[in-house]
Design a protein around this ligand. Structure first.
Ligand SMILES: CC(C)(COP(=O)(O)OP(=O)(O)OC[C@H]1O[C@@H](n2cnc3c(N)ncnc32)[C@H](O)[C@@H]1OP(=O)(O)O)[C@@H](O)C(=O)NCCC(=O)NCCS
Length: 165
């Protein structure tokens, strides 16, 4: 399989065939993705199967601030600032059902983390945040170095933009 990444632009028309199994994410792609890009609300990256030009998956990233109250005492001590922590959100990440369980979700997530790292070199940002839909998806993110935001104890996870040495 030959795969390629590209950014979604404002003229994007979502392929009818795309189905990741989550109606909310399918309809985001169809109804809102191009609008989000046009308005500067998210950058959206597409993974394409170059052999047949099919959309394999996508993710959205946007900047956000993490309130200090969401961090553990140790993290607050580490950052040692009185304001929210500039961070990045991977808001939506999905792989078409036909392409799932082939490690492409992992490839998408690693691409998102790499791109955030690149942005942070010029635009700052300390944490990458994801909102797992459920406990099973939480396990998926944990495989890639995310851990639960301590004071939430729920489905919100974080990883450092620059991994600790
Ligand atoms: C979650 C999703 C992106 C995973 O994509 P995928 O291509 O099937 O996952 P991968 O093949 O890259 O899996 C990578 C690893 O995560 C694990 N994993 C994948 N999906 C998982 C799940 N639902 N629960 C637990 N572990 C999971 C895999 O077992 C694999 O582990 P391994 O390396 O030990 O074999 C995909 O299932 C999807 O699009 N789901 C619907 C949309 C969704 O829920 N998105 C998450 C929004 S929070």
């Amino acid at each position: 399989m030959n795969l390629g990444f590209r950014y979604l632009d404002a003229n994007f028309i979502a392929p009818e065939l795309f189905d990741c199994g989550e109606p909310e994410l399918n309809s985001f792609l169809r109804e809102s993705a191009a609008h989000f890009v046009k308005q500067g609300l998210s950058a959206i990256r597409l993974l394409i199967d170059l052999d047949n030009n099919r959309l394999v998956g996508f993710y959205a990233i946007s900047p956000l601030c993490v309130e200090l109250s969401r961090l553990s005492a140790k993290q607050r001590e580490q950052y040692n600032v009185p304001f929210p922590i500039p961070s990045w959100l991977i808001g939506r990440l999905a792989i078409d059902k036909q392409y799932q369980k082939q490690h492409l979700g992992g490839a998408l997530l690693l691409d998102a983390m790499k791109n955030i790292r690149k942005r942070a070199e010029n635009g700052a940002g300390a944490l990458i945040i994801v909102d797992a839909k459920n406990r099973r998806i939480k396990q998926f993110y944990k495989k890639y170095g995310f851990s639960t935001l301590d004071s939430c104890g729920g489905l919100k996870l974080a990883a450092p933009v620059v991994p600790a040495e």
